[in-house]
Design a protein around this ligand. Structure first.
Ligand code: GA4
Length: 323
């Protein structure tokens, strides 16, 4: 019988729907940005999953590797060094505690402002700017292809929000350390939570991880599908704000990260958000005809404020839905 350390007890998921029949696990949509045909699949991926994988993304490997190297060095440094950059209020180093409302996870992280010239720990200066600039360009390209494919008059309706000087975008580096006690506990069929289930409040999130597994997305039937890691690709997910701007056509995907136990997982995520004053509402060009808005009007500032007062697993868009 496995005996567990009470200290790690709080990091286990309470209940988890058993895995679905492996024969009906869908494939993760794959978008090859170097192939024009590929763009036809983008809209469908955003509608069906709110999640897809991107290859031939144009982000230089050297930017990715430099950032990963600095991240690994930082997380391996003494706690006293890391804590010089904490707590994350709202930016900085955090350990096991997520947000302000009592969420915990088997994770440590750096939350940074994605705006150029922001204040970063020494070794991250320049490195984060190069990476974020390049990833943001790719995110904008994807958002423009989406607008094109949806036949929206302005191909930059979404991308201009990220390009805006006032864009409220965030950058995060996560480290899921190994957990020695975990092996014993896995035998109980329980799962160690690195980052609990949630949707991202912003427009679009761009994730890159090392080759350690852990990311899972929630499928329509409520089961969890684990996403095979791929350090050479990016994973993109639709955020709540893009779901609202498309009046629910695109789905903000619920996801979580389980800690692997034996191998460190390092991920870096760019969260592309609009300026604080921006009204988040269904695009008028999508609303011709009979369609009604599914959401009350709100600004990104209002949504963000409410999001930061919520718990990770809360249905944050719920209170903005029209009844
Ligand atoms: C999820 C997406 C981003 O990582 C993040 C997260 C933020 C945080 O870590 O402080 C939140 C979470 C995220 C949503 C609900 C609130 C806020 C933790 C939390 C409990 C930086 C973001 O913008 O929202």
């Amino acid at each position: 019988v496995a005996v567990s350390n009470p200290l790690i007890e709080q990091f286990f998921v309470k209940q988890s729907k058993p895995n679905i029949n492996p024969l009906i696990i869908p494939d993760i949509p794959l978008i090859d940005l170097s192939k024009p045909e590929s763009k036809h699949h983008l809209v469908k991926a955003c509608q069906d999953f709110g999640f897809f994988k991107v290859v031939n993304h144009g982000v230089p490997l050297k930017f990715i590797n430099k950032l990963e190297t600095e991240a690994v060095k930082f997380f391996a440094s003494p706690v006293s060094n890391k804590e010089r950059f904490g707590p994350p209020d709202p930016f900085g180093y955090g350990n096991k505690s997520i947000g302000r409302n009592g969420d915990v996870g088997w994770v440590e992280y750096l939350l940074l402002n994605a705006k150029p010239e922001s204040d970063y720990p020494e070794n991250f200066r320049g490195v984060v700017n190069d990476y974020v600039t390049s990833v943001k360009t790719m995110a904008c390209e994807i958002l423009e292809i989406l607008a094109d494919e949806m036949k929206l008059q302005q191909r930059n309706v979404f991308s201009k929000l990220l390009m805006d000087e006032q864009s409220d975008s965030v950058f995060r580096v996560n480290h899921y350390p190994p957990c020695p006690e975990f092996q014993e506990n896995e035998r109980n069929g329980r799962k160690l939570v690195g980052f609990g289930e949630h949707t991202d409040p912003q427009i679009i999130s761009v994730l890159r991880s090392n080759n350690t597994s852990g990311l899972e997305i929630s499928l329509r039937d409520g089961s969890w599908m684990s996403v095979p890691p791929d350090s050479e690709s990016f994973f993109i997910n639709v955020g709540d704000s893009l779901q609202v701007m498309t009046n629910g056509r695109f789905k903000s995907v619920k996801h979580r990260v389980l800690a692997n136990g034996t191998k460190s997982r390092v991920s870096m995520i760019y969260f592309g958000g609009p300026p604080l004053s921006e009204k988040i509402a269904p695009l008028p060009s999508l609303m011709q005809g009979e369609e009604d808005s599914l959401y009350k009007e709100f600004t990104w500032f209002e949504y963000k404020k409410s999001a930061f007062n919520s718990r990770l697993s809360d249905n944050r868009l719920g209170s903005f839905e029209k009844v």
